[in-house]
Each structure stands twice: as C-alpha cells, then as structure tokens.
Design a protein around this ligand. Structure first.
Ligand SMILES: [Zn+2]
Length: 228
C-alpha cells in the first residue's frame, strides 16, 4: 500500500460520482438534489470559478484573464481548481462533480488527481437528453419588454403564442437564448462531451439515465445507478 501524505483518517474511500450532460440536461439540478439527499459535497466548476475570482486566488486571477476576454478557461486551470477542491478531505460523505470533466484530457487528469488523494471514481452517470429537447429547453425563455413577466415556451407558455398575458405586448428574447445561439453553443459542447462519455464507457464506469423524465424520476434513476 502506498503512503498517502496528508490524507489521514479520510483514507477510507469516499464515493466520487461524476455527472455528465450538456447544458440544459439538468446536471446542476440533479447534483444539488443528490448532494442534499446523500450528504455529498457538490463540486460545480462554475461555482469554483466564481469563488476563486471573488477570493482573488492565484488560479482565480489566472482564470480572470480568459473570462474577461470571453475565452474558455484552459484545461490546466480547470484541473487546478478541481484538484484544490478535491484535496479538501473535510468533504464528508462523498463528492458529486458537476461540469467536470468536460474533455477527455480533463477526464485523464481527474484520474491522476483522485489517485493522488487515495480516491477513485465510483460511477459516472450521463444524463441523456436529445439535442432537440436541449434546444427547446435552452431557447424557451422569453419575456415581456413592457411588464417584465418571464415565460418559457415549454414550461410556462403564454396563453397566446408570443404575446404577454398581462398587456398583449409582443414577447422578446435575450440574444443568448436565441435558437441559433443555443445551437451553436451545443455544437461546440457536444463533441468533447461524447469523448468524455466514450472514455468512461471504455473504463466500464458509465451509466446512462433518461434525462427527459420528470426531475424526481431522474434523481431516482441516478441513485439506482450510483447504488445510494
Ligand atoms: Zn407584459
């Protein structure tokens, strides 16, 4: 058995669950529900970046340069942030990773980081939602420019298509929510995600759940796959 400096009493293996899914698949929602139900720590890379920026850590300052330019943060920085967070062994029952790894390179790095801390991935769950459904979910937000009421074409549609219930004003949409913009974002995101999924399928760690089901059924399906 190799020695693990600094790991101490946390050397019993804690569950480490990775959730994989495109934007709009419900990954963040599921991670947060599962973390609460199972007493795991929810590690969302978006949150890690926000707190690193707020606390002006070294990694945060390096990431800031990319984020202010509107560029993707490079793998090394994302990996560094996740490594820092995982080194915190105070994280009780287990860990749920949400938003990492996003690339096959990040997936390989994650294995090294985990092994260094005496951890390993217990299960990877891909939340599967068709591209058409993702586009509908992500591009469904409209609002009324007159009274500000938000609508969603799938979850909370106005009574008359495109018209505010309150004042009859034509609804408008944010640039980021437009179908073309959402499609372009997904087109960039999905190929590296498929590589991550293939990586974990090859490692025999992958489960796939149907993300088109209601939220509580998706949660139950993930728990069944994770064995928790
Ligand atoms: Zn209105």
């Amino acid at each position: 058995m190799m020695s693990r400096v600094g790991v101490g009493e946390a050397s019993t293996t804690r569950p480490v669950v990775v959730l994989v899914g495109a934007a709009g698949a419900g990954k963040g929602t599921q991670a947060s529900i599962l973390a609460a139900e199972l007493g795991y720590r929810h590690l969302a890379t978006g949150d890690l970046f926000r707190s690193a920026l707020r606390d002006r850590t070294v990694l945060g300052e390096q990431a800031r340069v990319y984020m202010e330019r509107g560029d993707l943060v490079p793998d090394e920085l994302a990996i560094g942030l996740v490594a820092e967070a995982l080194a915190d062994q105070s994280a009780a029952g287990g860990v749920i990773l949400d938003g990492f790894p996003r690339t096959a390179a990040q997936a390989r790095a994650l294995e090294i980081i985990l092994a260094a801390g005496g951890d390993q991935i217990s299960r990877v769950v891909a939340i599967d939602v068709s591209e058409a459904d993702l586009v509908a979910r992500l591009s469904g937000r409209w609002s009324c420019p007159a009274c500000g009421t938000p609508y969603h074409l799938v979850y909370d549609p106005p009574r008359q298509p495109g018209i505010c219930n309150n004042d009859g004003t034509a609804l408008t949409q944010r640039e980021d929510d437009r179908v073309e913009v959402v499609r372009a974002r997904l087109t960039k995101q999905i190929p590296p995600m498929r590589e991550v999924i293939a990586h974990y399928r090859a490692a025999d760690l992958l489960s796939v759940v149907d993300g088109s089901l209601p939220i509580d059924e998706v949660t139950a399906a993930i728990r069944a796959e994770v064995g928790a």
